[in-house]
Ligand binder design. Structure first.
Ligand SMILES: C[S@@+](CC[C@H](N)C(=O)[O-])C[C@H]1O[C@@H](n2cnc3c(N)ncnc32)[C@H](O)[C@@H]1O
Length: 300
C-alpha cells in the first residue's frame, strides 16, 4: 500500500493516498473503513490480489480516471456506473442537482407531481438524483451522444427508475426534441458542455478521457450549447418554472445576462461546496396580470 501511494504521488495524481486505498478496497471487496482496519491488523494481500492491485495502480499512474477503474462514481448518495464514453459526474454538479431537487420538492409540496427535464444528462446523474430525492417527480433526460446515452440507460435500469425517468436520444437545444412538453415543465436542469476553445483542461483524466462532446461548449466563449439550452428551457417551462444551468467560474455574469428580464426573473449565481460560483438559476417570467400558482416559489 505504501508503494502504491508513492507511485501515484510520483505520477502527479492529486489524491494518491485516497486513490490507492479505494483501488485496494475495490480489489479486496471491502469498504474504506474495513480496509484501514485490515491494514492496521497487518492483513497481507494474496498474490492474486497484489497482482490485480498493481495492474490498477499502473493504470491510475497513467492517469486513467479513478472512477473508470472502480466502475462507479458517487453522486448525491447514488453510485453511478461510469466508464469510457461518458462524462464522470463531478461534486460541483451536486449543487446544480440540489437546486433542481429543491425546486421540484417545492412543487411536490403543493400537491402536484413535478415534471423535470435534465438537458445534456450524460450518465443520468442529475435526472436520477431528482428522481430518487423527489419520489413523485417525473423526469425526462436528453442526451445527444449515443455512447453517453447508453451509460444513462444502464444507470436508469440499475436504479430501477425506468417508470419515472424517460431517456431521450437527441439534441437538447433543438425545438424538435420534446415539443409536446413545451410550456408544461416545472424544472429544467442542465450541466451542458461549456469549455471555451482555448481552455484545454490541464488534468489528463479530463483532457484524455472525458468525451469531447461533454467538454467543448462551442462558439468563442464556450457558451453556444448553454445558450441553446437556455432558449430551449424558455420554451419548455411553464410560466414561473425554474431553470438551473451549470457553468465555469468565469461564466456567471454571461449566464445572468442570458437569464435576464423580461423573459426571466431573479437570476442568481450559486456557489458550489468549495465556494466557487458554478451554477445560475432563474424563473421564467409570468405574463403580466397572472399570479403565482400555489406552491411555486417567489422569485429569488
Ligand atoms: C458536461 S457533460 C455533463 C453530463 C451530466 N449532466 C453530468 O453532470 O454529469 C455534458 C453532456 O452533454 C452532452 N451534450 C453535448 N451537447 C449536447 C446537445 N446538444 N444535446 C444533448 N446533449 C448534449 C454531452 O454528450 C455530455 O454527456
Amino acid at each position: 500500500m505504501r508503494a502504491a501511494r508513492a507511485r501515484l504521488a510520483a505520477a502527479g495524481v492529486p489524491s494518491p493516498a485516497v486513490d490507492a486505498d479505494l483501488l485496494a478496497a475495490g480489489v479486496l471487496g471491502l469498504g474504506l473503513g474495513e480496509l484501514r482496519a485490515a491494514a492496521l491488523r497487518g492483513t497481507a494481500l494474496t498474490a492474486g490480489q497484489a497482482g490485480r492491485l498493481a495492474a490498477l495502480v499502473a493504470r491510475r499512474e497513467a492517469r486513467e480516471p479513478l472512477q473508470h477503474l472502480l466502475g462507479t462514481a458517487p453522486f448525491r448518495g447514488l453510485e453511478l456506473l461510469v466508464g469510457p464514453g461518458v462524462f464522470v459526474p463531478r461534486p460541483e454538479t451536486e449543487t446544480t442537482a440540489g437546486l433542481a431537487v429543491e425546486a421540484a420538492a417545492q412543487v411536490a409540496r403543493s400537491g402536484r407531481r413535478p415534471l423535470v427535464v435534465d438537458l445534456c444528462t450524460g450518465s443520468g446523474a442529475v435526472a436520477l438524483a431528482v428522481a430518487s430525492e423527489v419520489p413523485s417527480a417525473v423526469v425526462v433526460a436528453v442526451e445527444l451522444d449515443p455512447g453517453a446515452h447508453a451509460w444513462a440507460r444502464r444507470n436508469v435500469d440499475a436504479h430501477r427508475s425506468a417508470e419515472r425517468v424517460r431517456l431521450v436520444l437527441g439534441d437538447a437545444t433543438s425545438a424538435e426534441v420534446l415539443p409536446e412538453l413545451d410550456g408544461t415543465v416545472d424544472v429544467v436542469a442542465s450541466n451542458p458542455p461549456y469549455v471555451p476553445p482555448g481552455a484545454v483542461p490541464r488534468e489528463p483524466e479530463v483532457r484524455d478521457h472525458d468525451p469531447a462532446l461533454a467538454l467543448w461548449g462551442g462558439g468563442e466563449d464556450g457558451l453556444l450549447v448553454p445558450r441553446g439550452v437556455v432558449a430551449r428551457a424558455a420554451a419548455l417551462l411553464a410560466p414561473g418554472g425554474f431553470v438551473v444551468v451549470e457553468h465555469a467560474e468565469v461564466q456567471g455574469e454571461s449566464l445572468r445576462g442570458l437569464l435576464a428580464p423580461p423573459a426571466w426573473e431573479g437570476a442568481t449565481t450559486h456557489d458550489d461546496a468549495g465556494g466557487r460560483p458554478r451554477a445560475t438559476s432563474a424563473r421564467l417570467a409570468r405574463p403580466a396580470g397572472t399570479c403565482a400558482p400555489p406552491g411555486s416559489a417567489p422569485s429569488q
